[in-house]
Design a protein around this ligand. Structure first.
Ligand SMILES: NC(=O)c1ccc[n+]([C@@H]2O[C@H](COP(=O)([O-])OP(=O)(O)OC[C@H]3O[C@@H](n4cnc5c(N)ncnc54)[C@H](OP(=O)(O)O)[C@@H]3O)[C@@H](O)[C@H]2O)c1
Length: 284
């Protein structure tokens, strides 16, 4: 039976992934977060992982607050890049395979058709730079690895756009949402199943995975309100320029997922269907 270590196991994806992998009986699942290991610490990371001797390490641990990464560059690189390097170094010693979670924000959004795995990176913000550096360590230091790039995650266990929009809708009668960034909202419970399928297939290399279909944050916001019975709340489309967030985001970062489908035989369902299920699950 194989042993799968999940780093970042208390995060939004980590919690769903732990549940899905446990129920798919792929092996012994070991969920670790900051309390068990700080991947910024090389010695600790190498020693603790060395003692555990996992067969697969899923690195979902990250500093993910994209705007805060702009003012906390050191922390962003320490966790997202150097942390990955330490994990790779531990994995190499115990010959574990690594799955690193990466992001659409390694791209600049200038393309107007879905990004493919081999497209050149050009991150626009610190978070994207730090994640790309993490990818580079994976490629340079390991023989058996999988990098999964995904995007626009939401789920039950973390701060995300869906929850914050619903929170704001309860407080305000009118919302302003950016309409000039396009992507594919992705449900972390769906992503967890996709990751389980990739692990089962022993996939390697770079693979893009997201729910299918595309929208802007504004369109996503309208759908959230409509499916929650809050259509009467007014949503005003605004530009990224007007919102003035510290980190620049790509205007188009749709990920082409053909390789994922070829590898697993699975087709991610449309984002709106996944969103509907997520909103239903909030009522439980
Ligand atoms: N969220 C998205 O939209 C999105 C999109 C594309 C890719 N991704 C990638 O998907 C993965 C999972 O994202 P997520 O949204 O689930 O992230 P998340 O909710 O922020 O979870 C990350 C987890 O890692 C932990 N962590 C932070 N620093 C650590 C350290 N030094 N050592 C060990 N653990 C540490 C965090 O603990 P604290 O919370 O206590 O800091 C948190 O529990 C990340 O690699 C992210 O880059 C996310």
């Amino acid at each position: 039976m194989s042993r799968i270590l999940i780093l970042g196991a208390l995060g939004m994806l980590g919690r769903d992934l732990t549940e899905v992998l446990r129920s798919s009986s792929q092996g012994e699942i070991v969920p670790w977060d900051l309390e068990e290991i700080d991947i910024r610490e090389e010695k600790e990371t190498v020693e603790k992982i060395g003692e555990l001797r996992p067969d697969v390490i899923i690195n979902a641990a990250a500093f993910t607050r994209v705007d805060d990464c702009e003012s906390q560059t050191e922390r962003a690189f320490a966790v997202n890049a150097e942390g990955m390097k330490h994990v790779a170094s531990a994995a190499w010693r115990c010959q574990a395979k690594v799955l690193y979670l990466s992001t659409d924000y390694i791209f600049d959004g200038k393309k107007r058709e879905p990004y493919r795995e081999g497209d050149p990176p050009h991150p626009l913000n610190v978070y994207g730079h730090s994640k790309w550096k993490g990818e580079e360590y994976v490629r340079a230091l390991l023989k058996h690895w999988l990098i999964v790039r995904t995007q626009w995650l939401y789920g039950r266990h973390g701060n995300n756009f869906v929850n914050s929009l619903l929170g704001q809708a309860r407080e305000k009668g009118e919302l302003r949402v950016v309409d000039d960034q396009v992507g594919s909202p992705t449900y972390s419970a769906d992503l967890s199943k996709f990751l389980a399928a990739l692990i089962e297939k022993k996939a390697e290399g770079v693979i893009h995975v997201a729910n299918s279909g595309t929208c802007s944050w504004y369109e996503f916001g309208k759908a959230i309100l409509q499916l929650s019975g809050l259509s009467k709340i007014r949503v005003i489309p605004i530009s990224s320029e007007e919102l003035k967030r510290p980190a620049t985001r790509p205007s188009y970062s749709v990920l082409g997922c053909q390789k994922f489908t070829e590898t697993t035989g699975l087709r991610p369902r449309p984002w709106r269907e996944a969103l509907k299920d997520y909103l239903e699950s909030l009522k439980e």
